[in-house]
Write a protein that binds this ligand. Structure first.
Ligand code: GDP
Ligand code: MG
Length: 335
């Protein structure tokens, strides 16, 4: 007989970790523009985890706008992307990282792994993201990169996909043995209240220091970079799992032109670089249909993002074997 039934096992688990489950869920996302720099808090928070656990979704939700791209396909976030949120006296500088790649060992993957390593050094807080109730070798590989010196929260994401919350309590206990996590945050990046709660928890770890960025800044990434990321998101969205993640997007031209009819007008020319002729055909689609859809969706999104009229020209090129060629990887902008 189950005599020790507990209707809220998660709260019991969080209490064991000294986390107040009743933390204020409301946040009002307004910076205090009059905040005296002497009262400002500012810190860098790295979001790490294996591919597909929801890091980019989480960062988008935290920052409240689409900064980092999300996709069903793993590995779409290659660069380190910064999202900035200023609220009250607090400025959060979130760093999203590519999933730590364990399957392949080409030059590109070495570059990805270096980006992850760079992101976890020199930060004030690490959010280690896993899928609630799960942990495998890929998660472990990322966990091994974390140093005990920096406080780390265990973000157990996709809580909505967990059938029985009771199962999480024993899982949590094994997780506590793996690493000295400062706090345990079961949540869904897709639930607003959860994201607000996580934000409140993060706020406690921000050091007292003046803000790094202006209060209205959302990202330290250039518009050119955002253009490439947006095209890449649409590329993967419309090719599904068919296209290898080594396909990339290079911006050949990004020019703002004066216009009588529009506040801003931007002309962008981009090349989708794929590895094989077959991939090129896949991207172009039947009578160019797919490429057209990729272009249209990317353009519409960029127009919203830049608040501008955008002309977007897309090309597809085959650049066989580039993922294994270290020099070429560098020339595409990966360090
Ligand atoms: P990343 O590779 O870690 O950056 O993961 P993404 O943010 O790209 O998300 C991978 C997939 O998980 C996407 O399809 C998301 O919509 C989905 N996802 C992210 N967070 C949640 C969540 O809280 N619940 C559910 N059910 N799905 C989520
Ligand atoms: Mg991502």
């Amino acid at each position: 007989m189950n005599t020790k039934q507990n209707p809220e096992p998660i709260h019991e688990a969080t209490a064991a970790l000294n986390l107040d489950p009743q933390v204020d869920l409301t946040t009002d996302l307004v910076p205090d523009l009059d905040a005296d720099p002497a009262t400002q808090h500012c810190g860098t928070i790295a979001i790490v985890g294996k591919p597909n656990v929801g890091k980019s979704t989480l960062m988008n939700a935290l920052v409240g706008q689409k900064i980092s791209i999300t996709s069903r396909k793993a590995q779409t976030t290659r660069h380190r992307i910064t999202g900035i949120l200023t609220e009250g006296v607090n400025q959060f500088v979130f760093v999203d990282t590519p999933g730590f790649q364990t399957r392949h060992n080409a030059a590109l993957n070495k570059s990805l792994n270096k980006t992850v390593l760079g992101a976890v050094e020199d930060v004030d807080l690490v959010l280690f993201v896993v899928e609630a109730g799960r942990f495998n070798d890929a998660d472990d590989t990322v966990l091994k990169l974390l140093k005990p010196g920096v406080p780390c929260l265990l973000v157990a994401n996709k809580l909505d996909e967990v059938n029985s919350r009771a199962e999480l309590a024993p899982w949590l206990q094994t997780m506590q043995k793996r690493f000295p996590f400062a706090e345990f945050v079961p949540m869904s990046a897709t639930h607003k209240a959860d994201v607000g709660r996580l934000l409140n928890i993060c706020a406690k770890y921000l050091p007292l220091q003046p803000w790094f960025y202006p209060a209205d800044e959302l990202t330290d990434r250039s518009e050119k970079f955002m253009a490439a990321e947006t095209v890449r998101e649409k590329l993967f969205r419309f090719t599904g799992d068919e296209l290898p993640y080594t396909s990339t997007v290079v911006i050949d031209k990004f020019e703002e032109e004066p216009s009588k009819n529009f506040k801003r007008m931007i002309r962008i020319s981009a090349t989708i670089v794929v590895e094989r002729d077959g991939h090129k055909a896949m991207v172009i689609g039947d009578k160019g249909d797919r490429l057209k859809r990729i272009g249209t969706e990317a353009r519409q999104e960029l127009e919203k993002l830049f608040d501008a009229k955008v002309f977007l020209e897309l090309w597809v090129k085959v650049r066989s074997g580039w993922a294994d060629d270290e020099a070429r990887v560098r020339s595409f902008g990966y360090e």
